[in-house]
Write a protein that binds this ligand. Structure first.
Ligand code: ADP
Ligand code: ASP
Ligand code: MG
Length: 406
């Protein structure tokens, strides 16, 4: 008898009929004799609707209240699913994140899981029940409800799989696996049968929403295989795991994009020790995460410093940086919120020169201007005008497609 964690995303439980569909799939697994823990997201667009509602009544909703409000979305779907399963004759019980022992820090809207105290889940499993856990939420030591960040039900699922010692964490969604590029944008893109944690982490971090990067990170750390598959078909899906063989270590494995990029440039910064710290420490204290940082080589001890943030953090970042720029006597602070990034990813790139040059050439053939470039050992990212991102992805897919054969 295996223990399996299954997670169903928002579109998989978007209405009563889809909840019934998910219940039938869970029942099939249970009938095989496995123990099963299910994690659900909120129905369809519920989380967005709740956020909208909060901003209709308050300009700046309290983080604590907002998290309790958002957590209700997953409570609705988990309870409905338990009701359907019970009507079908299965013993099922829903648990909130708190009841399931998901203990987090108190960073509202982006809480991190500190530990999972899974005794209650284990107790219910031992009684033969199907345990349905509301995803995306946890509780602090002080008993305040938190949420883990958008798309966070994936993190709940892998964290539970880790703490229960599950054989696999299955993430069921609206696509039948991980594709070499977003299949909504590139319908002809191919599905990957498997992908290593390292590549999947870069792919998820750099825009592929299909699994949350923090879920991939947890899977890698504790060596839990993650299967991404469709909740609407029986197709085999994509296995994310550590044992991807050397032979399939393609050079360029996948392509990602992200339209949520804004940049801040502090122009005319005096180049002396401590300047970068004086800018980035207050940003970190304000909880603003910085992605790319570029500092030019200085001329006459004056330099420019550019960094990127998400679009929703731009106004806050400017409020933090503008007074600092003044105090260090920088010339000005400029921003641009109409950017996006495109990335090519593959472990095989690390020992092969020429990939960056080829990527730049593909973009220049489309007359796309590259504003910033960042790389890791297995990734090259270009930051470009957001209006050109889709074109860029199509061109990169065409150019690198042959390499991505398995
Ligand atoms: P869920 O609600 O089930 O969590 P998400 O919307 O978060 O689903 O994630 C699934 C979506 O991820 C797909 O609809 C797809 O458009 C998008 N996506 C982006 N890049 C990829 C990729 N490389 N492979 C598969 N899906 C991707
Ligand atoms: N419902 C939450 C969101 O929309 C969490 C999730 O779907 O994973 O972000
Ligand atoms: Mg998701």
């Amino acid at each position: 008898m295996a223990l399996i964690v299954q997670k169903y995303g928002g579109s998989s439980v978007a209405d009563a009929e889809r909840i019934r569909n998910v219940a039938r799939r869970i029942a099939t697994t249970k009938d095989k004799g496995d123990q099963i823990v299910v994690v659900v997201s909120a129905m369809g667009d519920t989380t967005n609707e709740l956020i909208k509602l909060a901003y209709q009544v308050s300009e700046q909703p309290s983080g604590r209240e907002l998290d309790v409000l958002l957590s209700t979305g997953e409570i609705v779907s988990s309870t409905l699913l338990a009701m359907v399963l019970r009507d079908m004759g299965y013993e099922a019980i829903s648990l909130s994140g708190a009841q399931a022992g998901i203990r987090t820090d108190s960073a509202y809207s982006r809480a991190r899981i500190l530990k999972v105290e899974a005794q209650r889940v284990v107790k219910e499993l031992e009684k033969g029940k199907i345990v349905i856990v509301a995803g995306f939420q946890g509780i602090t030591g002080g008993m305040d409800v938190t949420t883990l960040g958008r798309g966070g039900s994936d993190i709940t699922a892998v964290a539970l799989a880790v703490s229960l010692g599950a054989e696999v964490c299955q993430i069921y969604t609206n696509v039948d696996g991980v594709y070499i590029a977003d299949p909504r944008l590139i319908p002809e893109a191919r599905r990957l049968a498997e992908i290593g944690y390292e590549e999947m982490l870069e792919l998820a971090t750099y825009g592929a929403k299909v699994v949350h990067p923090r879920a991939v990170e947890l899977g890698e750390l504790f060596n839990i295989p993650i299967l991404v598959a469709s909740s609407f078909t029986q197709n085999p899906g994509t296995l994310i795991h550590g044992g991807v063989s050397m032979e399939v270590r393609n050079k360029v494995r996948s392509i990602a994009y992200d339209l949520d990029v804004a940049k801040v440039t502090v122009v005319g910064v005096p180049d002396r020790p401590g300047i970068a710290a004086s800018i980035f420490e207050p940003l970190a204290k304000a909880g603003i995460s910085i992605d790319t940082i570029v500092q030019n080589a200085s001329i006459n001890n004056i330099t420019d410093l550019t960094f990127t943030v998400t679009k929703s953090d731009l106004a806050r970042a400017m409020r933090v940086v503008e007074p600092i720029a003044k105090s260090i006597e920088a010339r000005e602070c400029a921003s641009d919120s109409r950017l996006g990034k495109v990335s090519i990813i593959g472990t095989g790139m690390q020992n092969t020169p020429g990939y960056a040059a080829r990527m730049f050439e593909v973009l220049s053939e489309q007359d796309i201007n590259i504003q910033l470039i960042t790389t890791s050992e297995i990734r090259i990212t270009c930051i470009i005008d957001e209006a050109r991102v889709k074109e860029a992805i199509r061109a990169l897919h065409r150019a690198f497609e042959l390499e991505m054969e398995e």
